[in-house]
Write a protein that binds this ligand. Structure first.
Ligand SMILES: C[S@@+](CC[C@H](N)C(=O)[O-])C[C@H]1O[C@@H](n2cnc3c(N)ncnc32)[C@H](O)[C@@H]1O
Length: 198
């Protein structure tokens, strides 16, 4: 589901970028470590701050990234131009990822899956495109936040079949993504999960 105008304002500003760079990325690095180079995928890249983080903080050699919203992809293209062919961007859907099986060493999700009605299909797709032993780094937004009356009034989210930390952990395991580290903040949560090495 696309973001409405209010959520775009919340996402496309320097405060959001600082939180993503200095809090979310740091927590995920502390939980899962960095990559030893290699290929990464970011689902729901928004305006591209996450892709920059994956290159600069996680040490990926290249990042492929997509978003459902063509407007966000255009913003990401402008931000990430300086990385040349280390970054490839497209408009796409996390429930039908345009990549071959076992392509990526790591997949990243900075607060995207809670926007997807059939979010379990997205987890199956992440599993499909990860190489054996590849890692899934993510932070997600839980039902408790989405259902808050103020949030409901301001933002658009799918309302059916949302999740909390336990339910999300179970769904990761169900999709073949073994949870190695996780952190539950109540309204939000962080995970590093790994696909079996085969
Ligand atoms: C809350 S924003 C997060 C954006 C960015 N990851 C960040 O942290 O700033 C959610 C993003 O997910 C995208 N999105 C929603 N459904 C999607 C889907 N099915 N596949 C890919 N991206 C999706 C939205 O367009 C939006 O850019």
């Amino acid at each position: 589901m696309l973001m409405n105008k209010a959520e775009k304002l919340l996402m496309n500003n320097p405060v959001r970028a600082a939180v993503q760079r200095h809090y979310e990325a740091r927590r995920l690095r502390n939980m899962g470590g960095v990559m030893a180079g290699g290929r990464a995928l970011e689902i729901g890249c928004g305006r591209g701050v996450g892709t920059e983080i994956i290159l600069k903080q996680f040490g990926a050699d290249t990042v492929d990234a997509f978003d459902l919203d063509a407007d966000m992809v255009r913003r990401a293209q402008a931000r990430l131009k300086r990385f040349g062919d280390r970054v490839r961007l497209w408009t796409g859907d996390a429930t039908n990822i345009q990549a071959d099986d076992e392509t990526y060493d790591a997949v990243f999700d900075f607060g995207v899956i809670h926007h997807i009605p059939d979010w379990r299909a997205a987890l199956r797709e992440v599993h499909r495109v990860l190489k054996p032993g590849g890692r899934f780094y993510l932070d997600e937004v839980y039902e408790k936040f989405i259902m808050h009356p103020v949030v409901r009034a301001l933002l658009d989210h799918p309302m059916q079949d949302r999740f909390d930390h336990t339910r999300f952990a179970e769904a990761l395991e169900g999709a073949g993504l073994h949870v190695e580290e996780s952190y539950d903040e109540g309204h939000f949560g962080f995970f590093v999960a790994r696909k079996a090495s085969g």
